[in-house]
Write a protein that binds this ligand. Structure first.
Ligand SMILES: C[S@@+](CC[C@H](N)C(=O)[O-])C[C@H]1O[C@@H](n2cnc3c(N)ncnc32)[C@H](O)[C@@H]1O
Length: 276
């Protein structure tokens, strides 16, 4: 059995799978005949359903991320359902929530929030779990993404405070206290170089930001200005080295950068704007 474990681990390493040991343990755990919360030792291999194991293992070797195989991903310590119609929630996106809490620390106040390009709904649902008196709207151009967000809203019991709509964000014309967005911001030329975990399993529409990477962000400048109440804030995730250009684009629309949050790699990741 130890031999089986080492053989499989070697195969993952040879196929350059990141975090091979963790992934192997997760695959073994999910292939157990009896469902257990944790794996006591490597001998748990004796309890696996080999057919299930082989299916999961083959998919991982082919580059499918663990989250897409098991259809779930943790974000802000909550478990989200995901599938191939939505972007895998990323840890760096949690800085949007850090930013909201930093600037609006009174969590029992009632705010209205809008999430432009909600995907799995991870940002707005996590927000509503923190701000129990607030209400919000999440929009996405993808009907299938909205189905996923609805499932997550039900799962986390936010459906009474969250409206989810399939629409182009250009159609938004209400006012909000908080607007958030994690728009697609990858340059078309960078797309080809992405890891297969991302390129083959996250929807293209959730990644591509046109030739400069800034096409979708530029659409958001008008919408943010139009939909922001006085004293409201707009928080947006950006890509590596996009801060300067994005700040200039927003300034042209009278939106002032008031804060920048760096991710764990020290990259400027979340920009926070106010309206003049
Ligand atoms: C980078 S993903 C973010 C998903 C989710 N908010 C997250 O942070 O994990 C961007 C999302 O924007 C959506 N989107 C792209 N263009 C859009 C548009 N014009 N109107 C509405 N949604 C759009 C995509 O379908 C995708 O779900």
């Amino acid at each position: 059995m130890q031999n089986f474990y080492n053989q499989k681990l070697k195969k993952l390493i040879n196929n350059k799978i990141p975090n091979p040991e963790l992934d192997l343990r997760l695959i073994i755990k999910r292939s157990q005949k009896i469902n257990k919360d944790y794996m006591e030792n490597k001998n748990e291999i004796e309890n696996i359903n080999i057919k299930k194991f082989n299916n999961f293992f083959k998919r991982r070797i082919n580059g499918e991320p663990i989250s897409k195989i098991f259809k779930n991903r943790e974000f802000w310590s909550l478990d989200f359902f995901i599938n191939n119609n939505v972007l895998d929630p990323r840890p760096e996106t949690e800085f949007i929530l850090e930013g909201i809490i930093k600037h609006l620390p009174k969590q029992n106040k009632k705010y209205t929030i809008c999430d432009l390009g909600t995907g799995s709904g991870c940002i707005i649902i996590s927000f509503l779990k923190e701000y129990k008196n607030s209400i919000g709207i999440g929009v996405d151009i993808s009907k299938n993404a909205i189905k996923v967000a609805n499932k997550n809203s039900l799962k986390h019991n936010t459906q009474k405070r969250l409206e989810l709509k399939t629409t182009n964000w250009k159609n938004m014309n209400q006012y909000f206290d908080i607007i958030v967005s994690n728009p697609p911001y990858i340059k078309n030329t960078e797309y080809k170089k992405l890891q297969k975990e991302v390129k083959n399993y996250d929807p293209k529409i959730s990644l591509l930001g046109g030739e400069t990477g800034l096409k979708k962000i530029s659409e958001l400048t008008d919408i943010a200005y139009r939909c922001m109440k006085k004293n409201s804030i707009f928080l947006m995730e950006i890509g590596h080295k996009q801060k300067c250009q994005v700040e200039k684009m927003f300034l042209k629309n009278n939106l002032y950068l008031i804060d920048t949050l760096k991710d764990l790699q020290g990259i400027d990741r979340v920009l926070i704007f106010k309206k003049n």
